[in-house]
Design a binder for this molecule. Structure first.
Ligand SMILES: *Cc1c(COP(=O)(O)O)cnc(C)c1O
Length: 443
């Protein structure tokens, strides 16, 4: 087992990386912050597996935080990627590849009027907000506490001191003036939403929500709550934006919109849509999307937008998912894993919640088995409990996202052998935790 001694290759690389990038990383969660060890450096990936720089193999349930729904380097996707590598990398001009993906999306998600490809989920959200403001002439956006929408300034805020309505920037460098244009509500609370909505109604351009909040644990919402939010928007001419960057093409081809039957005015996609390459997309009502340049006054552009490699990887991924009925397949795999793991986790006062092929392992709430639908209900010992499981599983060759509030992702490459090995590893990790002999490096 790779103990994280100062001499292992990952630790050596991390020491070098610390001199290059803030915290040694190019996105914060990658740093293993709070995990009391250096992050592992991976050199290679295939299917359900990651291989670190020393060649050690790990079963991967992070899957690059969701994009790889078919697993790493699915052979069919790899084939079209290689073909495109030998054809063109980028044109910065019109090409048929984004047209093919765009037409496929419109065909399979019939309410999608028009769409625009960008290069990340953050960019998609940022652009959708601009359209909403441009179309309504109003400035404020209502978001929900516990939902993540990328690192766009106006949404990197949370509720101030538990006070719904008041937003405080959750990052330095965000103008308080920009922060004031965002109002925040708790999830799963019709009354508070109603109150904050009505207080700001005349100024609201849009309400944005992750219809399946999955960036602060997995917090499935009641359908009635989502419908309440949607109805309120509709009745008051406030736009509804579904941020489906994580749920889109993950929970169903048509995402949470398909599952709930709620059609948003605008939708944001990313992650799976690029099949592992940087692709985002915003779209929705045609009259709204026709406000975007060059047709309309809302400006938005991108040098590498609709990158042909990402377009083809995304389309190959989605076509294969549809052909193999991937959504049912992945749900069955996830349900199976949950059935096996649940009794083991319960012995340690932990629980696994899942929605289609997303799952989250969390500390159980005290005195209740009721679902956690709001980030305020996440037990306080979540970080400490998850850390033990994470480190133990890691030492035994299983990689979960290195943060207690990130979810796990099943892929089509997680075969029944991989699932069986997962159960063995978690069982052994929980046993070690129970006997207090988990291999955290003494610091
Ligand atoms: C990942 C994510 C984003 C941000 O996408 P990036 O590609 O990381 O910029 C936005 N919204 C949700 C719901 C996400 O899960």
């Amino acid at each position: 087992m790779t103990e994280n001694t100062k001499n292992d290759l990952s630790s050596q690389l991390f020491q070098r990386a610390l001199k290059v990038a803030p915290g040694g990383v190019h996105s914060p969660v990658r740093s293993f912050k709070g995990m009391d060890r250096a992050p592992i450096f991976f050199a290679k990936s295939e299917g359900a597996y990651l291989f670190d720089v020393e060649g050690k193999r790990y079963i991967d349930y992070c899957q690059s935080f969701g994009p790889l729904i078919l697993g790493h380097r699915d052979p069919e996707v790899q084939e079209v990627v290689l073909e495109m590598i030998h054809t063109s990398w980028t044109f910065g001009a019109c090409e048929p590849y984004s047209l093919e993906l765009g037409e496929w999306l419109k065909e399979n998600i019939p309410w999608l009027g028009k769409l625009r490809f960008v290069s990340s989920g953050t960019e998609a959200v940022m652009s959708a907000l601009r359209v909403a403001r441009g179309a309504t002439g109003r400035e404020k956006i209502l978001k929900f506490d516990g939902c993540y929408h990328g690192h766009v300034d106006s949404l990197l805020v949370s509720a101030g001191s538990g006070l719904a309505g008041e937003a405080v920037p959750s990052s330095a460098g965000i103008s308080a003036t920009v922060g004031k244009l965002t109002v925040v509500c708790p999830l799963d609370d019709e009354a508070e939403f109603n109150r904050v909505f009505e207080e700001n109604q005349c100024e609201l351009a849009a309400v944005i929500i992750e219809p399946l909040p999955a960036n602060y644990g997995l917090l499935p919402q009641r359908l009635e709550f989502l419908k309440f939010v949607a109805d309120k928007c509709k009745k008051n001419n406030v736009l509804l934006i579904f941020d489906e960057v994580i749920s889109g093409f993950r929970v169903a081809l048509g995402g949470m919109a398909e599952i709930t039957g709620i059609i948003p005015d605008l939708v944001c996609y990313g992650k799976i849509l690029g099949g592992g390459f940087p692709v985002g997309c915003y779209g929705g009502r045609q009259d709204l999307m026709d406000m975007v340049a060059p047709l309309g006054p809302v400006y938005q552009a991108g040098t590498l937008s609709a990158n042909p490699i990402g377009m083809r990887a995304g389309l190959a991924t989605l076509k294969k998912m549809k052909r193999i009925q991937g959504w049912e397949l992945l749900k069955a795999k996830t349900e199976h894993l949950k059935k096996e793991l649940q009794p083991l986790l319960h012995t340690q006062n932990m629980n696994m919640v899942s929605f289609e092929s997303l799952f989250w392992i969390h500390e159980k709430r005290e005195n209740t088995d009721a679902a956690i639908r709001s980030n305020h209900l996440i037990p306080k010992n979540q970080a400490a409990g998850f850390k033990k499981l994470f480190l133990n599983a890691l030492n035994k060759g299983l990689y979960l996202a290195p943060n207690a509030y990130e979810v796990g992702f099943m892929s089509a490459a997680h075969s029944s052998e991989v699932l069986a090995e997962t159960v063995t590893i978690i069982k052994s990790a929980l046993f070690d935790i129970q006997n207090d002999k988990f291999g955290v490096r003494p610091s």
